[in-house]
Design a binder for this molecule. Sequence first.
Ligand code: ADP
Ligand code: MG
Length: 256
Amino acid sequence: MLLHVKNVSKNYNDQPVLRDVTFTVQAGESVGLIGASGSGKSTLSRCILGLESIDAGEIRLRDLSWQTASRKEIKSMRQRVQAVFQDSSESFNPRWTLTDSILEPLRHFRMIEPSEEATKLAHLCDIVQLPHACMTSYPRELSGGQKQRAAIARSLSLNPQLVLLDEATTALDTLTQHHIVEMLQSYHRDQSTAFLIISHDLSVVSKLCDRILVLSEGMIVDAFHCHELFDGSRHPYTIELRDAFVEKGRFLNGLN
Ligand code: ADP
Ligand code: MG
């Protein structure tokens, strides 16, 4: 078991935001987490990253848990799980070139020698299909899609076991989103990295994930394999999301 979220609850100002959330992600798996805006997805992702405390339950990454880890163990947990958020602008230092931003985690953890940097950088660029020429650019000189690709490159730099993508393609235009999803699909086919794909958009999640969890008002109300999406036994909230997704598909195909 790679990630085990066990009976996790969290409140903000005495209001429950996560309620008894339990699920697992196996090594190499790609799991989707969908839910409306405000359902608690980003809170859950910050808890999994160890950026927020929880009020009850436990979050384990393999043998280590944020709740009981020592400082040294926390360092190793940080290398195991990486994240990409909706707007990468905030996570890039505007005064750094992409080279420095992408290599920062490796330098921080002293996992790279200066002589290895160029090769590693070229490799990461190739994975995310970003032109090598972008590496001397500053964040403001990049398009939204290039910035998200750079953020994905940085998240993969430490060879994490789990990458959490929280609405990572939401702010992009449809075509750019499509290209990034295809790039992630081909990366996931070849690698053993697990993905937790968080989105309100069922079309993104259904392309990238084997299994889908549905969060509503801080509770997991449905969990199923992608091929079970159209089963009769789905939760009413899943059916609502599914119908909106089907409608959008019809609209895009010009069938309406
Ligand atoms: P989602 O990502 O699904 O849109 P969030 O996890 O961002 O949902 O938010 C879930 C709920 O928690 C919302 O009601 C939001 O207002 C509240 N919330 C999120 N972060 C904080 C915070 N730092 N302080 C107080 N309330 C918060
Ligand atoms: Mg969110």
